[in-house]
Every structure is written in C-alpha cells, then in structure tokens.
Write a protein that binds this ligand. Sequence first.
Ligand SMILES: [Fe+2]
Ligand SMILES: [Fe+2]
Length: 259
Amino acid sequence: MPQIRSVHPDITAISTFHSIPAVGVLTINSFVLDAEQQMIVDTGTTNDRAKMCSAIDSVVDRDRLRWLWITHTDADHVGSVHALLDAYPDLRAVTTFTGWVKMSTHSPIDPTRVRLVNPGESLDLGDRTIRTVMPPLFDAPETTGFFDPASRALFSSDCFGAILPEGVEDLDDLSAAELLTAQTTWTSIDTPWVTKIDRSLLAAELDSIRAMEPAMILSGHLPATEGIVEQQLAGVLAAPDTAPFIGIDNAALQAWIGS
Ligand SMILES: [Fe+2]
Ligand SMILES: [Fe+2]
C-alpha cells in the first residue's frame, strides 16, 4: 500500500516508492489538501491505480472533495485521473489549457469535468485562494504548481525532487551531501538541459520562490517534509553543474538480461 503521511494539519501525502535499476528510488507523491473544498493533487502511476485510489479514498471527505489538481500530464501524475473522476461525481480536474489538450491525445477528460486554471490565475477553495506557480524547472509545458497561503506550502510538481539511495525513505537518514547528490541526480534526469541555462536566471527564479516565504516545498518526487526549503533551493541551484544523466548503455542492458 502507498505510504500515507500527514505533513501539515491540512495536508496528507500519499506516496509510492519505485526502484530504478542502477539509479536509486523515486518517490511519487499525491497529496490531499484539506481546504473547505478538498483537493487532490496528482494521482500516481497507472500501475498503482487500484492502491492509489484506495489510499486516496481513505483520506478524502467525499462531501467536501471538489478538485483534482493535475500539475502536469506525465504518466506518473495522471494514472488515476479517470478512476477518481468516476468515483467522485462532484470532482473536477484542474489543469491548464495545454494540459487539457495533451490529455485529449490519449485519455480525454469530459470538458464538463474540467476547471481550467492557466498560469497567473488563482482558484478559490472556500477558506483560501491558491495561486498558480510555474516552478523554476519543469519537464512538460503545462506544468503548474501552486502556493497555498493557509499552510504556506508550495506544491512544485517535479521540481525540487530527488532520487534516494536504495532503502532510504526518510530524509533524516541522509547527510547534507547525500541529499544534495540525490537532488542533483533527479534534476539531471528530469531536466537534462539544465546544464545549458543561465545560472543567474535560475538564481533569480529561486529568489522569487524564496520571496514567497514557503514553510515547505512539496515536490511530487521527494518524501514530504517541512523545514528544508533552503536545502531544496540549494539543490536546484547546484543542478547546472551536474553532468546530464544518460543511464546504462545497451551492452550493460544485455549483460543484465543475460545474468
Ligand atoms: Fe514530469
Ligand atoms: Fe513526475
């Protein structure tokens, strides 16, 4: 079963952990934001659909559940979108125009079940209004995170993630140097072009995140935790100096198959 963890009185993380051969462990998070109008954030992989839906159902209040925020349409974020829309008739998928169009190429969402929230816009959840945030780095053009002013949590989609060493599911088990390596490894996989960007522009983007004074940055790919915002910013700032990730070559694959 997915790990279910409260990271704030208003926020529950629902996490699965995926071993990537010769690389490490990728955390894949969904979240439930317990606003007056509840919201699910991302939905995990297709392979994990049944257990993700069960875990999410154990957390949500269907009388108050209204929104399903899709940070972007990569397969590790949209695996349960349709199952959840089917399970909760009042649920509406929140995405950008680009995200909605991309979903239409493989798993269309009924437009009556869509709430478009494009970059620069906000969404009223009854007791708070969340505002969109485009993360400093992203791997899909529709990527849209958001800032919740009540919890001061920044939901950052893929950005600020990490690939953890095998057997590690708690960031407290990592030294600062190990965490930095885990962060830069993930960033070099997810956005290998980061080595080509202007460092000063990236630093300015990170300063704009810092100016929001987030209490926590909740990535789709890092065990959810408070209190490491500066380490998360430093990890992304260091990413351009990491070699782009390539992975094992075909000879290594054939050796692995034959072993
Ligand atoms: Fe992605
Ligand atoms: Fe992702």
